[in-house]
Design a protein around this ligand. Sequence first.
Ligand code: PLP
Length: 408
Amino acid sequence: MEKRIIYADHAATTAVSEEVLQAMLPYFTEHYGNPSSIYRIGRENERAVLDARARVAACLGADPKEIFFTAGGSESDNWAIKGIADKLSAKGKKHIITSVFEHHAVLHTCEFLEKHGFEVTYLPVSADGLIDPQQVADAIREDTALVTIMYANNEIGTVQPIAEIGKICREKKVLFHTDAVQAVGNVEIDVKAQNIDLLSLSGHKFHAPKGIGALYVRKGVTLSNLVHGGGQESGKRAGTENVTGIVGLARAIELATADIPAKTAKLTPLRDKLIDGILQLPETRLNGSRTQRLPGNVNISFAGIEGESLLLMLDHYGIMASSGSACTSGSLDPSHVLLSLGLSHEVAHGSMRLSFGEEFSEEDADYILSVIPEITERLRSMSPMWETMQKEHIHLNANKTKLIKEGE
Ligand SMILES: *Cc1c(COP(=O)(O)O)cnc(C)c1O
C-alpha cells in the first residue's frame, strides 16, 4: 500500500483549523486593544470577549457568566480543585474524591493538597476503565468538599457515567468537577442536565491554539482565585485577556460541537474496524471498554513489544501515534492509567494509542491495518522477551493483563 501520513494523536493536541485561524487573525494586528481600555479598539475587544463567552457557554448549556477563560486544561483543573479546596476548608471540609486514572493535572493537584492537610480518596476503576457511580456515593462523607472525576480518559478513551455521578453529588450536596478536556466535541455535554458544578476544557484538543482554555463554574459556586491581580474575568482570574485565543476557542468549540452525532457515526465504525483488525494479531489486548469509549480512541497492548520501538516504527510508516499520554512518554514509567486497569508493567509497556479526528478516513484505517502486522512481526522477531515467550510457552492470561506460563 502507498505510504500515507496519518496524524493519530488528537488526544495529545490538534492543529489550529483554517476557520479558527481566520477568525483569530484580525486580533493579532488591527484589533489589538486591551479589553479594559476606553477607546474604540479596546471596547471592541471587550465585546469580542463577551461574545466569545456567550458562544462557549451556549455549546455547554451554560450561562455566559459561568464561563471563565484560562490558559488551558491544566490551569482549569488546578483552579477548580485548589479554588474549591481553599473555599470549603474554611467550613471544615477537607476531603476530596477523585479516581486513580485522572490526568496528572488533577492527580498532582490532589497530591499537593494532601501536603496541605487535605485527605484524598482515589477511587479505583474497573478492569475496563470505568467508574461505578455507587463507589462515588459510598465515598462521600460529611467533610467532602469536592468530587473530581474526568469525563473521558485521555489514554484509553473511556467515557464515564457523568450524569449519574452528577446526580449523586447534587443529591448529597457535594460539588462536582469534571475534567472534560477529552470529551468536548466528542460527546454531548449539558452542564445543567448533567448536574456538573465545574468543568475544565482546553482549546488545543479541538483545533483552537495551545494555551487557551476555560473553566465553567455554576452560578452560586464560589471558589478562590488561582491567579491574583487585575479585575479581569469578574475579578476571578487576573491577566490581560488572551483575546486572540479566546476568539479562536469560541469558533473552535462551535465547530467541534456542531454535529457530534455525525462525527460519532463516521468515526465509531472506523475505530471498531481498527480494534477488530489489530486484535486478530496474537497476544494483543484492547485497553478500556469497547463500547463506553470515545469514537476516535484505540488503545492496544502488544505482548513482547516495547511501546517506544512500536511508535518509532509507526512514525517510519507515516503514522503519528502515542504510547500513553504525551506528558509521560519520555519517561520509562508505565502509564498509571494502564496500571490502574490491572496490567502488569510488561504488558503496559507494549501499548499504543491511536486517537483520531473528523478527517480520519477508511483509507487511513486500511493503511494502519496493512502496516501493523508487518511492524509487530518485525519487532517481535528482534525482541528477547518475545523469544522467551515462545521458548517457555508464555502467553497473556485469560483476562490479558499479565504474562503466564501455559497451564499455570
Ligand atoms: C490535555 C489534557 C489536559 C491538559 O490540558 P492543557 O491544555 O494541555 O493544559 C488535562 N486533562 C486531560 C484529560 C487532557 O487530555
